[in-house]
Every structure is written in structure tokens, then in C-alpha cells.
Design a protein around this ligand. Sequence first.
Ligand code: UTP
Length: 454
Amino acid sequence: MKFSGELPPDQKEALAAQIAQLDFKKIPQWIERYVKNEGSIAFPDHFDPAPSYPPQPKTAEQAEKYKKAYQLGEELIAAGKVAGFVVAGGQGTRLGFDGPKGDYPISPVKKKTLFHLFAENLLAASTKYGTTIPWYIMTSPLNHGETIEIFEAAGYYGLGKENVFIFQQGTLPNFDFDGNILMAAKDAIATSPDGHGGSLKALYKSGAIADMKHRGIEYISYFQVDNPLVRLIDPLFIGLHVMDKAEMSSKALIKADPLEKVGNFCLVDGKVTVIEYSDLPDEAAYRTNADGSLAFELGSIAIHLISVSFVEKLNEGGGFALPIHRAVKKIPHIDENGNPIEPEQPNGVKLETFVFDALPMAEHSVILQTLREEEFAPVKNATGVDSAEVTRQMMIDRAAAWLEQAGVNVPRKPDGTPDCVLEIAPSFALTPEDLKAKLDRIPTINPGDKIYLG
Ligand code: UTP
């Protein structure tokens, strides 16, 4: 504010517009609860493990249900009732890539980007089911312009511009530890995207939901921009969600260890609820069942199916809000003299919301287990755990497993890892079954080969 007097009219106007966007009713509470204090979400007195569907049916009755669900899912996809939705508004600070994370080149042979792979996935599923699956993409002010440029330059990856709906999420102001709103520049408040939970509001506010209704879309396949293994359009997941009349459903993994850093699916007052790894008491994390498995074994991997009607229901009336989470961060800003500061230590608080906090608001919710090696390889870090290198290797490993399932011989090293670099384009196969129909197009794979099936 201090500098507003010295700003030219257009910058003054931009600042005033930014201020007008602030939620003055809520800010004082946020400062008290989350900025000056480490307020956290009320922890439930009692919680149980959440029930889930296993990756493969375990009984004859379940097998029958899976079969029906798969068929129903396929019918709904073919009838044009399903859309893809990626949340891509994050800052990607850990990866440190210059540009939107979706533009990160990830595929093992062709170095296709994440956006490119997702687009090919949707195109392939559209072709397979004789329909057009539109794609909704949430960005943030940090990367909206660049994302549009990427899609323009790529010709919307062949999806047709009219089938790609790119919209921005909201932002929240950044604070110093005393509760003052930080300024990014003389004419701008420091803000950050309001978390992936912001998607549930932004879908509605942006007109994406209206667009979906216009197209007859009823189910939204939600995924994150960092996971190239995600099975974008999954008939079984869709079918189970619809058969069980769920409003928001999730895929889960069996955790690799009791303290794995993923949210835990629990049941609180009969509602599926995610309890963060940092909040789950050790006693619960290590608790085991009679067979030795973890009592709280289901980890959240940010793959959801969301009914369009659920997003509408949440937003109608205007009062919908997800719980706020606080994150202590290094926040660049200007000081009282207008000098830019690049802090070396965390200097303030960012606020965000998480999409899984909407799960308990759903009347019903399904959890379907999936396998890590089949569906979860997020690119988060520059090196080490969850790095691009690990993801790429998992893409090769999955391709090798699919080829072997289809009866193709894959050379392996003594330690069991594939002795070749493999890439299966989504247009070539979306599932191992698709490969079986194309065996005549798969060459002999020799040790050290680089093979692209596209
Ligand atoms: P992450 O939690 O990995 O955060 O986001 P991030 O911002 O991408 O990366 P870091 O933590 O700065 O390294 C998980 C998913 O949620 C999206 C991200 O784009 C990613 O797909 N996301 C996150 C949003 O769309 N908006 C947000 O405000 C936050």
C-alpha cells in the first residue's frame, strides 16, 4: 500500500483489482489460526481403516461385479460421459524445471512431455471407444500463459482446440510470520495458487462445469500432472463409482512402509477421509491385522473420479470451503523500501487447500486399489526418490511387464531389470491386452536395444 501513491494509474488499478479479490471476511481468522499459530485441521477422536476394492476380484461375486462395472464403464465412456482433468497449477519447486511441469520431457525413448503423453492417452481412448473425450486443464497465474503457448505450439496435440479447456485456479495471499500480507512488487501482492483443492471451485467458476454439462459429461477423471503412468480413462474405476452411487472416488496403493509419505485412507463417522502421514499417530501407522498386513495400509495417490453433480452441489449456494493447510516457505517479496528480497530461510506462510478434503463431503465414496508399478510414478524431485530418472525407469519396467504378459521376450540383466530401453506410445497400447492384438508389429528385442512402439 505504501507505494500506491507513486504508481502510474494502470498499475494502481491492477493493484486495486488484486486487493478487491481478497477475502476480507476470512483473512483475519486465517492470520490468527494459520499464520501466527500453527493451527491444524481438527483431528478426529476416532477413525478406522477405510474399506476398498482390491486390484483384482477376490470372490466369484466380486468377479461378477467387476465384470459388470467394467462393461458399464466402457458404455459410459463410449456415450461421451467422461472427461479428463489434470491439475497443473502447482509451482513444481522441488523439480526446479524452468516452465510448466507438464512440459517436462519424460518418455524414455522419444522424450515426449507429460502433457503430450496425457493428450495421446485421451486420443487413444477416444479412438478406442469411438467418442471424443475432452480435456480440462487447471493452471495458475504462475503458468497459465506459458501453458497456453505450449498447447498452441503443439497444435493441441491433435485433440482439437475445441476439446481442450484451460482455466486458472484461484490464489491466496502470502503472509510474514506476524500476519502481514507480503508484497511481491510495488504494484502486486505476493500470492500463491490455492492448492489442488482450489480445483473444485475453479472448475465451477471458470465455466468448465457448464461446458461439461453442455457436452453431456457426468464424470471427471482427475489426475496430477506429474504421474505419466496414470490410467487416465479407466472403465473399471468409472463403473464401480457409478454402481456404488459414489460422488467422489479414489484410487489407492498399499503403502510401501508404515510411514510412507502419502495420505492415509481412513473412515471417520462413516465417511472416507484422508489423514495426512504427518498427522497419523505412530500407533495407528504401525498397527497390523492378524495376517501381518498394516491396518492403515491404503495410501492416497491423487487419482480420483468426481461426479459433475458433486462439484455443482458443493458450489451452489456459494458457502463451500475446504479446510486450510499452512505451509512455511521461502517467499520472495519487497521490503519497506521497495527492495527485492530473496529469502534464504523460510520467512512466511502460504495457505492451500487439498482436493481429498472434499471426500468426506461426498454421500458415497469408492476406493479402488491399484498397483504402484502399474499406475504411480510421480515426478517430484530433481534427483533421488520420485525423480524423473526413477519415473523413466518405471515406465520402462511397466512396458517390459506388459510385453512379457503379451508373450514377447524381453532381455533382462542379472538383477532382473530390463536390459533395454522401451517406450510404448499410448496410441500403440493403453493396456497389456491392446498389445496382444499387435504382436506382428513388435520386433525382436535384443540386449541394449532402444525400442519405441508407436
Ligand atoms: P504438488 O503437491 O506436487 O506441488 O502438486 P507442486 O506445486 O506441483 O510441486 P512442489 O511442491 O512446489 O515441488 C501435486 C499436483 O497438484 C497440482 C500440481 O500441479 C500437481 O499436479 N497443484 C498443486 C495445483 O494444480 N495447484 C496447486 O495450487 C498445487
